[in-house]
Design a protein around this ligand. Structure first.
Ligand SMILES: [Zn+2]
Ligand SMILES: [Zn+2]
Length: 385
């Protein structure tokens, strides 16, 4: 026992020599990492080495041979294995003091509760859609998130902290046009997240992931004296030996700036309805915002069959649109809110595919109240419940 304690003390000796370093604080922290690719591998490696208490990494992708040149934890025999759990298993061996938990699934299937349960979120992502989702989740929960992007020998790491400028504030009209175009020509689907086959190397990903992990450590110390979190971005240009910080202007009209402050914690029955949601905040007439579009029914132009549905648009796969009867492409009908009272008020949260552990905004006129529909995803480790 004494030997173990001494080993623990020796393990962190060099970093604890930094004046402001607080190992105990790190040990009590929870970090959510979205993405287990090149950046995710390096970010988790660093967070495990420094001794962050609990790390949850989420990814629905599987290991491909093209990942091996950039992912320190993957081996040839891992081809086809899920990235998140493989990464978690390997990274756990680096430091027995850290709990690393992999969730082999789509981060977009989780409600904002997963962000509320984390101290800091990290994006190890390669698409605008995934960043938009992560940004909205972070803002709703009022949590800072760290983003990274790489291309060839260029990289950028950035910190988005509510209530300052957010990822969406950085998007240009052209970016929004691309996003809208991608959404209109096909339903935003899981497949979109697999687009990012950017040219890059292990050196760029380790530099940017190193910067991201360093920002996480700083954020977990809550801006102690002598260390300052990145306010915006750090750009690293490896081809031209340049690095510089970048600040983003705050967009007053940005619709992402909505933090769901002080949500009522509510543990509902399985068949809870939207009327129950408004009752949970003490209102019997209000509008429940779903947070994003949910498909409520499919209509087939071929055989005219109407099929009820309940799925967030973000989780609809392209193939879901195909009519099972006649194979025509069906039209989805989506909604983003439910009025109470109304015919729909008796619908259950499950009917509309409200995510587990979601935080819902309930609006009456200009007033908002928030409900945290507490049901931690069973995939989450116990220390996050
Ligand atoms: Zn913004
Ligand atoms: Zn049909």
């Amino acid at each position: 026992m004494t030997i173990a304690v001494e080993l623990g003390e020796k393990r962190y000796d060099r970093q604890e020599r930094i004046g402001w370093w607080d190992q105990e604080r790190l040990a009590q922290s929870r970090v959510l990492v979205i993405g287990a690719g090149a950046l995710g591998n390096e970010i988790v490696k660093n967070l495990v080495l420094v001794g962050v208490g609990s790390i949850v990494v989420v990814d629905f992708d599987t290991v491909e041979l093209s990942n091996l040149a950039r992912c320190v934890f993957f081996r040839e025999e891992d081809e086809g294995r899920p990235k998140a759990s493989t990464l978690a298993e390997r990274a756990s061996a680096l430091n027995p003091n850290v709990k690393v938990h992999g969730i082999d699934g789509d981060a977009r299937a989780f409600g904002a509760g997963i962000a509320l349960r984390a101290d800091v979120m990290v994006g190890a992502l390669d698409s605008r859609e995934a960043r938009l989702f992560t940004n909205r989740l972070a803002w709703r929960a009022g949590r800072p998130w760290v983003d990274g992007a790489i291309e060839a020998l260029m990289g950028i790491a950035r910190v988005f902290s509510p209530p300052d400028s957010c990822y969406e504030c950085t998007l240009t009209d052209a970016d929004f046009e691309i996003l809208a175009h991608r959404q209109s020509c096909r339903l935003l689907s899981r497949e979109d997240l697999l687009d990012g086959k950017v040219p890059t190397t292990a050196t760029t990903s380790s530099i940017v992931a190193g910067l991201e992990a360093q920002e996480v450590v700083k954020l977990l110390h809550h801006d102690v004296d002598g260390v300052k979190s990145l306010d915006g971005a750090m750009v690293f240009d490896g081809a031209n030996n340049d690095a510089y910080p970048l600040r983003y202007p705050f967009d007053d009209d940005c619709i992402a700036h909505h933090t769901y402050t002080d949500p009522v914690e509510w543990e509902p029955a399985l068949n809870a309805t939207f009327a129950d949601v408004t009752a949970a905040v003490g209102w019997d007439d209000a509008i429940v915002e779903l947070g994003d579009d949910h498909v409520v029914r499919w209509t087939c132009p071929g055989c005219e069959t109407v099929t009820p549905a309940g799925t967030p648009v973000a989780l609809v796969r392209f193939g879901d649109a195909e009519c099972p009867k006649c194979a025509e492409v069906r039209q989805p009908e989506a909604i983003s809110s439910i009025g109470v009272p109304s015919d729909d008020a008796a619908l259950t949260l499950i009917d509309l595919g409200v995510r587990p552990d979601e935080v819902l905004a309930v609006r009456r006129g200009l007033d908002y109240r928030y409900v945290w529909v507490k049901s931690p995803a069973p995939e989450l480790p116990e220390e996050w419940w």
